[in-house]
Design a protein around this ligand. Structure first.
Ligand SMILES: O=C(O)CCC(=O)C(=O)O
Ligand SMILES: [Fe+2]
Length: 264
């Protein structure tokens, strides 16, 4: 795993809000991530009882991708992959924070001829607000312009706000709230299988349709800097924990938001 971050990578990330790290996983690790993700997704879809968008009445969104959230909660192999301190170190060094907690993992499988992923921001959905939240997106298949690689509006993390525009069917809905971003040239990030793309929780990003007859698989994880506080939104919080929280409380339950890395 190529988890050691260089100064040049930090500089690029801070300025643009994303960075691709080619060949982040070696061949053996990639094979493991593929197997574990396929197994965890298969299991989750059989359960059919939560944390997947495949039960949603919104048929458009169900065909953007198969989305399975917090697979590490129910799959031991996935928990082992996600709790890896090296992932936390890479995320923490890029973000420039002192500790990294898991917010949620998420498999995103864009199916053959799946719909595009409209422009959106991630952090406004979550139960904490932070300008330093960061996610990792690992390509389990080569991600290309043809099958729905990620696209970013570089630098938008610097001016984004926390109001949630939501993700709908229209690619351009985000620009109703951020008209000043309309003129920004979008940057596609095609990557080889096993590569990782990190992005800031406030950067505008999306993906094209999958115009191939093969799936575009990605395994991702969203991270919360240590010390973030509850903003009142439920998102993926367990019901009992959510009910016990007051706005402003530090989110530090080790089951809900495990700390995977702390600056030494
Ligand atoms: O995989 C995609 O199409 C979108 C990914 C995304 O929005 C994310 O990882 O936050
Ligand atoms: Fe996203």
């Amino acid at each position: 795993m190529k988890y050691k971050i260089t100064q040049a990578q930090k500089d690029f990330y801070r300025q643009n809000g994303y960075i691709a790290i080619e060949d982040f996983l070696d061949d053996k690790e990639l094979e493991t991530w593929r197997q574990v993700t396929d197994d965890a997704v298969r299991q989750r879809l059989i359960e059919r009882n939560g944390m997947t968008n495949q039960n949603d009445p919104d048929q458009y969104y169900a065909q953007v991708f198969v989305q399975c959230v917090r697979l590490a909660d129910t799959h031991e192999g996935m928990a082992k992959l996600m709790l890896d301190e090296r992932l936390g170190e890479a995320a923490g060094e890029l973000a420039g924070v002192d500790g990294i907690r898991i917010w949620h993992d998420q498999a995103l499988i864009k199916q053959p001829y799946g719909n595009p992923t409209a422009w959106h921001l991630d952090n406004p959905y979550w139960s904490f607000h932070s300008r330093d939240a960061i996610s990792i997106w690992v390509a389990l298949d080569r991600a290309t312009l043809a099958n729905g690689c990620l696209w970013y509006l570089p630098g938008t993390h610097l001016t984004a706000r926390y109001d949630n525009v939501g993700i709908g069917q229209n690619m351009a809905d985000l620009f109703r709230v951020y008209p000043e971003w309309r003129q920004i040239e979008a940057a596609p990030v095609p990557v080889a299988a096993g590569s990782a793309v990190f992005h800031n929780g406030l950067i505008a990003h999306g993906a094209g349709a999958n115009m191939t007859p093969r799936p575009r698989r990605a395994m991702t994880c969203a991270y919360m800097p240590d010390g973030c506080t509850f903003n009142g939104q439920r998102n993926v919080l367990r019901e009992d924990y959510f009910n016990a929280l007051q706005i402003g409380d530090v989110l530090d339950d080790p089951r809900q938001v495990p700390l995977i890395w702390k600056r030494g």
